[in-house]
Design a protein around this ligand. Structure first.
Ligand code: ATP
Ligand code: MG
Length: 464
């Protein structure tokens, strides 16, 4: 498979077509098992009569026969008893919060909850929100050795952490490590309960927007050099796994791919990035650097880190538009604001360089690009203004078959005479259609198109 030959993708594929009841049924069994383990722990801890001697008397349910995302994660990562209790505990507030109400029992000696249960209260959520301490209580009781093994679940190389399935919030300064809230990540919550990958929406916290297009690769009109480069990137996307793993090049080649698309406005940079994503079933997220770098000073690093982190674990293409905002700022250090922006720029450059997925940066101004940085791109793709032949193809594909055009319109003549980008032609066609209908015409005439062309050229400071 593509770059995304990771557990996440394989899981998504297998989840498709998985009957919904499998998803619910498998979680239901895991919850029942959790309840049995919790019950055993409580009985043991409070020394009930006939309490079992170990929580391990309750074996976890087999997941082999399920085709749900949860079962897939359990079997592909070979999750054991402790791992599974951690995951289901983190999921419970979302799917069956009342199961954790047991933890509200009061310690009568002190007229307060039990410290050993951990847990925090939410702002609006009325139930018990587990912390690392809650997990340690269930898995270890007051056995110090067993408690130490709970800590290993939160080490970087542990599959639950490595795959970003659960997380432990940072504890407050000076407080115990396990006092952080135990959470399931948004991505896995979405996968486990809905069977689909989570798609974040645009906001200050997530300054990226997903790009889509109804167009197909066949609609793309590019010159031979650009096509060659785009095919080169395509081959990388299709064969990353072969190159890195089968051919063993991951020892020497840095993971990820960085491409720079440059050229005049409206020449197809954004469209090409979007189509590359569509071709390889990868979501493309656009980050407008001009607005990110200037608007959210201070917050930028954190938010961009979030975008990079999320992108790294999925199969996304990150598309940075107006990348000159990044390159342009580096040298000016007049004010403290500039210095701050510089720090963010350096941070971004570092993240772009270390990113393990695909990053495409787009700019109109290649001359602004730092040479040191330019060397770090695997592809630099120039998107020139289309020549007359390409303009004709653009006119024909943008107007399409369905649109009513007056029989006298000579596209070859329009293409040859007016040097317009694909983006500008799109605007002209829209203008022409509106103008024709406004004047009660059933078809767009040459005059409608030329009126649109005049407006477009005027925008660019040219006259006809
Ligand atoms: N090379 C092209 N082939 C086909 N369609 C094109 C091409 N260039 C532009 N278009 C049309 O124009 C629209 C705008 O192009 P696009 O947004 O990709 O330009 P851009 O290079 O990203 O411009 P900018 O630098 O202003 O961001 C596209 O959605 C498409 O309809
Ligand atoms: Mg663009």
């Amino acid at each position: 498979m593509l770059n995304g030959a990771n557990a996440v993708n394989a899981m998504e594929n297998s989840a498709h077509g998985a009957p919904r009841y499998h998803m619910a049924d498998c979680l239901e069994r895991e919850i029942s098992w959790f309840c049995a383990v919790l019950d055993a722990r409580i009985q043991m801890y409070f020394e009930h009569e006939n309490a079992p001697d170990s929580i391990h008397r309750c074996p976890p349910p087999a997941m082999r026969d399920f085709s749900s995302p949860y079962a897939h994660v359990v079997s592909s990562l070979n999750l054991g008893f402790n791992d599974r209790i951690a995951v289901i505990l983190a999921l419970l507030p979302h799917i069956r919060p009342q199961v954790l109400d047991t933890f509200f029992i009061k310690n009568k000696n002190f007229d307060r909850g039990f410290t050993e249960f951990g847990g925090i209260l939410g702002k609006n959520h009325g139930g018990f929100l587990p912390t690392g301490e809650t997990l340690a209580f269930i898995l270890a009781g007051d056995d110090l050795l067993a408690r130490a093994s709970v800590l290993t679940l939160f080490e970087d190389q542990h599959p639950l952490m490595r795959e970003h399935i659960i997380s432990l919030d940072d504890h407050a300064a000076g407080e115990p490590f396990l006092s952080g809230a135990l959470r399931v990540t948004t991505e896995y919550l979405s996968r486990f309960i809905k069977g689909v990958s989570h798609r974040p929406s645009f906001g200050i916290d997530f300054p990226a927007k997903r790009l889509t297009t109804p167009l197909a690769f066949e609609d793309l009109v590019l010159d031979a050099d650009a096509i060659e480069e785009v095919e080169h990137i395509s081959t990388w996307l299709a064969c990353t796994d072969v190159i890195m793993n089968d051919w063993g090049l991951k020892k020497t080649i840095k993971p990820g791919y960085r491409a720079l698309f440059y050229g005049p406005p409206g020449t197809g940079k954004t469209l090409t990035a979007t189509l590359l994503g569509a071709r390889f079933n990868m979501d493309v997220y656009r980050i407008d650097l001009a607005s990110v770098v200037s608007k959210y000073i201070g917050e930028t690093e954190k938010n961009l880190a979030g975008v990079f982190d999320q992108a790294e674990n999925r199969n996304w293409i990150l598309f940075f538009d107006e990348a000159d905002a990044l390159f342009g700022k580096r040298t000016q250090t007049a004010s403290s604001n500039d210095r701050h922006a510089n720090q963010e720029v350096s941070y971004l450059l570092q993240r772009v360089e270390d990113f393990k997925g695909t990053v495409i940066l787009a700019t109109n101004l290649k001359s602004n690009i730092d040479e040191a940085f330019a060397r770090r791109f695997q592809s630099m793709v120039y998107f020139p203004m289309p020549d007359a032949g390409q303009r004709l193809r653009l006119w024909q594909s943008i107007v399409g078959e369905q649109c009513s055009v007056d029989k006298d319109v000579d596209f070859w003549c329009l293409a040859e005479k007016y040097e317009l980008s694909g983006g500008a032609i799109t605007n002209v066609v829209r203008y022409g259609a509106i103008r024709a209908l406004r004047h009660g015409r059933g078809a767009i005439t040459t005059a409608d198109f030329t009126a649109g062309i005049t407006r477009e050229l005027r925008k660019e400071g040219k006259t006809v």
